[in-house]
Design a protein around this ligand. Sequence first.
Ligand code: AMP
Length: 278
Amino acid sequence: MKVIQTVADFRLVQREYPRSLGLVPTMGYLHEGHLSLVRRCREDNATAVASIFVNPTQFGPSEDLSTYPRDMEGDLAKLEAEGVDLVFAPDVSEMYQEGFDTTIDVGDIARRLEGEHRPGHFQGVATVVCKLLTIVRPDNVYFGQKDAQQCLVIKRLNADLDLGAEVIVLPTVRDPDGLAMSSRNAYLSDGDHEAALSLYRSLRLAESLYSEGVRDGDAMRREMLALLESEPSATVEYVSIADAVTLVELKSLDRPSLISMAVRIGRVRLIDNVVLGA
Ligand code: AMP
């Protein structure tokens, strides 16, 4: 496995590797969620590439960039064990050279949900993913449903700018107790971990209401909020019941619906989602 830190080196080295080429973009501190993407990338492609880059432009000023968990050595060992061929791990000054001044702004789909609560977040995501797709030129690129809106934003970006990758979205990987795996779970104390299960419980509640025939979006949201708010250390940012394609909020779950939320457990901000009626 080769680890490459500059754009110029990646471009050179990449030519020696056979197609198809698959890419898994990550911010590192890898867990089984990331590795599920890496395994699928390995299976699907002659050349498997992962990137590790904690992208500063997608963090807001009061967010956790400086404390974001990192473990480059451990990550490289995990990627090597999965049979990855190339790792692209640039530093910030390589990706954002002196004078960098371009931002990609995906429209409506990026302004909703996370876009509303984390201003500038998806501009940072879209800009860095556009750069990664341009540098790596993958045939296939892999993302997790855990970040459902991110997947929609990247599909839009990829289509609109003719970036030419096949965007493949894979299911959310959970701990045995249901908590969606996330690098940020490393910040959770044992007590916080228990409190964080309220996200999964509220999604399960939505699923069971749906299977009982509930289609009223407000009624479903109310029940989910009641469950989440009964957890003293949880602060709800939003619970959304939206069209799974456009992310427009729904009064009635009469089409595929993305049930999603952002909740703070203490200082840790967690997101999770499920699609109903797909
Ligand atoms: P991150 O390192 O958080 O930027 O995540 C890199 C990729 O892994 C993104 O496509 C995420 O959606 C995906 N990912 C993160 N957590 C999970 C999970 N629990 N299950 C599946 N994919 C995940």
